[in-house]
Design a protein around this ligand. Structure first.
Ligand code: ADP
Ligand code: MG
Length: 729
């Protein structure tokens, strides 16, 4: 029988990097050419239609049917000029992936001919057969139908000769069945709430956009090696594998020169991305071997989320051409760093100000402090929701593993700002501050330099770190959509800003001068939200203890973390702002729990299968060789010499036996726990049981299997080893 690992290695080692030649010229020549951007709109739309689309993007204005027909006709003309034959509504169902169902543009005509057709109705609304998408029970009670509706704020694009139209996906009863709908509402809520607060300082500000710049981490592995690992194939991560003698301890991969094969792949997926208008800018090697990162220039959040979803798809598609597989899982390999998706977030005004940058004068500094303090306060109030928004089986393995932020939500703002907030908190107001007295002295705000020293003052261990002009939410999982995190974060801050405005207005009503009112509320918030601020090493054991003393949650597992989705506070927050109602939240809670249960169930099955059908038979085979050898020795050696020389061999035989027995026993016991977990009456209980009872066997089984990997002849071992997965490129 052939060893599948060696076959895979042979294939991998014989590969030559597939060269990718970029077209000659500049990136800007082809950037966005596959999108219905302003340039193509101006070319294909009438002036009136173009203005209408802009109004609907900027102000959310509805597009009437006649106009929709006109836009659809232009969109079709543009798409066909680019070779598109099909169109699809492109949406984000609750599976976490994107969905598309292609329809050809053609309509049959009499006489056996056909004509390309695309009407406003087809652009604006579609009714995909939605019954197989998760709905968390929403559709069981009502109609099974759902519909998709055009989101004009995210430009249509062409991929594989198909015109893709970004849409929301909702049920006929109006409930959201996707991740885009609540995000769009949350973005609208923060726009309004932030504008209201901005108006305290500057009446010219009429619109605030939440911006997002994500950083995507990933691993690459040769597809032959990937295919030879049933665990990678089915779960996206390795469930076994002894650490490689060398992995990341020499820190020689991070920012190192990019291997040719990886680089050719990057060039091609960047090219595809740029044509689709994704402003990818940065690429580099990450900490772990064969781990990489890419990041675009930040964009408006809804667009950035769509672009990230699209990018993950493009990466996987292009990697296949290069005989590689992209691992987006948060923790593909146990002994090296996992992957995250840092979400850099800020708020930008229509007057060109980033609200997270201190300004030139005391007034803009007070505005800056106002936003900063409201973020901290909101974070403190709804930390559990933010934690829930990033919960997944994969992310559980990464959070708190001494390479990624812990499951404890806290914020880092740097020593300079910490000092500033401390001083404001301690300051005593000498009489009332009149509105004219915006000077630092009177406000007791220490001078904040315009450019904060972010690079010298970085804390890479914080889950939520201020980095000079943006917050970086680092706990998002690499495979996840940014949608949930961005919906939660923006909504939390929006609610807090609304609350702030209310408190300030109440004081103003009682004749407190505006500036002082702002100051007073800020002071109070600084005091109240103090515990969420942490400047030290978030990876340390001391922080875990300290956080517990402060009463901060440390929700290490998805089943625990998800509960915050249906807590009273969360339901109120989402309902008050019309983002999601309690039924919709409960549906999401159910879907996420079910997904968790299934993921762990699959992992557990893969562990069982690999252990019993791949590892143990090989271990037994090797053991037999050793036994035969020992027997042979006993025949050729005299008893005394034999006793002396065979000790080691007998010892190895015993060790292998012990590990085999342990693995078998543990796998059988795990199976029993799985049966029990499967019989639980609800996904909530089942998820709890999978986490506490079933997963409890993963590490012990792995330990024995990994020991066997060290004992068994390398030539027999069936699974590609860590050194091969991590270092072959
Ligand atoms: P790193 O955090 O790795 O040092 P950078 O500071 O260069 O990287 O930025 C990382 C990401 O932050 C990029 O995607 C960048 O576009 C984004 N970013 C920069 N400014 C903002 C902002 N104001 N709002 C949102 N994202 C931003
Ligand atoms: Mg970063």
């Amino acid at each position: 029988m052939e060893n599948i690992r060696f076959k895979a290695l042979e294939t991998t080692l014989s590969r030559k990097p597939l060269k990718f030649d970029l077209p000659t010229g500049k990136i800007s020549d082809y950037f966005g050419e596959q999108t219905f951007n302003h340039v193509s709109m101006q070319e294909f739309l009438t002036g009136e239609a173009f203005k209408q689309v802009l109004r609907s993007i900027e102000k959310g204005e509805k597009i009437d049917r006649k106009m929709a027909d006109q836009i659809a006709a232009s969109l079709k003309a543009w798409a066909m000029s680019k070779g598109a034959t099909h169109y699809t509504h492109w949406f984000h169902p609750l599976t976490g992936a994107t969905a598309e169902k292609h329809d050809a543009f053609i309509d049959p005509m009499e006489g056996g001919k056909a004509i390309e057709n695309f009407q406003g109705g087809q652009l604006i609304q579609q009714e995909p057969d939605a019954s197989s998408f998760p709905s968390g029970g929403i559709r069981n009670t009502f109609e099974a139908r759902g519909y998709t509706a055009w989101d004009p704020t995210s430009p249509a694009f062409i991929m594989d000769n198909t015109l893709c139209i970004p849409t929301i996906f909702v049920s006929y009863t109006g409930e959201a069945l996707d991740y885009k709908t609540p995000l769009l509402t949350a973005l609208d809520v923060i726009d309004k709430a932030a504008v209201a607060v901005c108006q305290l300082f500057d009446k010219d500000i009429k619109k605030v956009n939440a911006t997002l710049g994500w950083e995507q981490e990933y691993f690459l592995v040769d597809t032959a090696l990937f295919m030879a690992r049933p665990d990678l194939l089915l779960t996206g991560r390795t469930v076994f594998g002894h650490a490689s003698a060398k992995d990341q301890q020499l820190s020689d991969h991070y920012f190192g020169s990019i291997a040719q094969r990886a680089l050719e792949f990057m060039k091609e997926f960047e090219y595809e991305s740029h044509r689709l208008g994704i402003p990818l800018k940065t690429r580099h090697n990450e900490v772990a071997p064969n781990q990489f990162e890419c990041a675009p220039v930040y964009e408006e959040t809804n667009l950035a989320v769509d672009h990230n979803q699209l990018l993950m798809h493009i990466m996987q598609k292009v990697a296949r051409k290069h005989d590689m597989t992209v691992l987006l899982h948060e923790k593909p390999y146990a002994s090296v760093n996992g992957s995250g998706k840092h979400n850099n977030w800020s708020l930008a005004t229509d007057t060109g100000i980033n609200l997270f940058t201190p300004g030139k004068d005391a007034k803009s500094n007070l505005r800056f402090i106002t936003f900063l303090v409201n973020i901290l306060k909101g974070l403190d109030t709804h930390a559990d929701l933010l934690r829930a928004s990033i919960a997944s089986a994969g992310n559980d393995l990464r959070l708190g593993a001494n390479e990624a932020p812990p499951a404890i939500i806290s914020a880092f703002i740097g020593s300079q700002l910490s000092r500033t907030l401390d001083e404001i908190e301690k300051s005593k107001l000498n009489g009332k501050i009149s509105n004219k007295e915006y000077s630092e002295m009177n406000l007791n705000i220490p001078k904040i330099p315009e450019i904060l020293a972010d690079n010298t003052d970085r804390n890479r261990t914080s889950p939520f770190a201020f980095t000079g002009n943006k917050f970086e939410f680092r706990a998002v999982g690499s495979a996840d959509t940014c949608s949930n995190a961005m919906t939660a974060l923006n909504l939390i801050v929006a609610e807090q800003l609304k609350e702030f405005k209310k408190e300030v207005d109440a004081l103003i009503k009682k004749k407190t001068p505006k500036t002082e009112a702002i100051y007073q509320v800020i002071k109070k918030y600084i005091r109240e939200s103090k515990r969420i601020r942490f400047e030290g090493n978030s990876y340390s054991q001391e922080w875990i203890e300290e956080a517990e003393k402060r009463g901060l949650s440390n929700l290490g597992s998805t089943p625990e973390a998800l509960k915050a989705y249906v807590s009273e506070e969360t339901v109120k927050l989402f309902e008050d702002n019309n983002v999601l109602n309690s039924r919709e939240l409960n549906a999401r809670f159910e879907i996420k729990l079910e997904n968790y249960v299934k993921k762990i169930q699959i992992e557990s099955r893969v562990i069982g299968d690999l252990a019993k059908n791949h590892i143990i038979p090989i271990a037994v085979r090797y053991q037999n060789t050793l036994i035969e050898n020992a027997r042979g020795l006993s025949e050729v050696l005299d008893t005394k010499t034999y006793m002396k020389l065979s000790r080691n061999q007998v010892q190895t035989i015993k060790e292998i036996s012990e590990h085999i027995t342990e693995v078998k026993t543990l796998v059988d016991a795990m199976l029993e726990e799985r049966k029990k977990a499967n019989r639980m009456p609800s996904f909530e209980e089942s998820a709890g049981a999978y986490h506490e009872k079933v997963m409890a066997y993963f590490e012990p089984i792995r330990q024995h299997v990994d020991k066997l990997e060290l004992l068994v002849d390398d030539e027999l071992w069936p699974l590609p080893k860590y050194r091969e997965l991590l270092f072959i490129r």
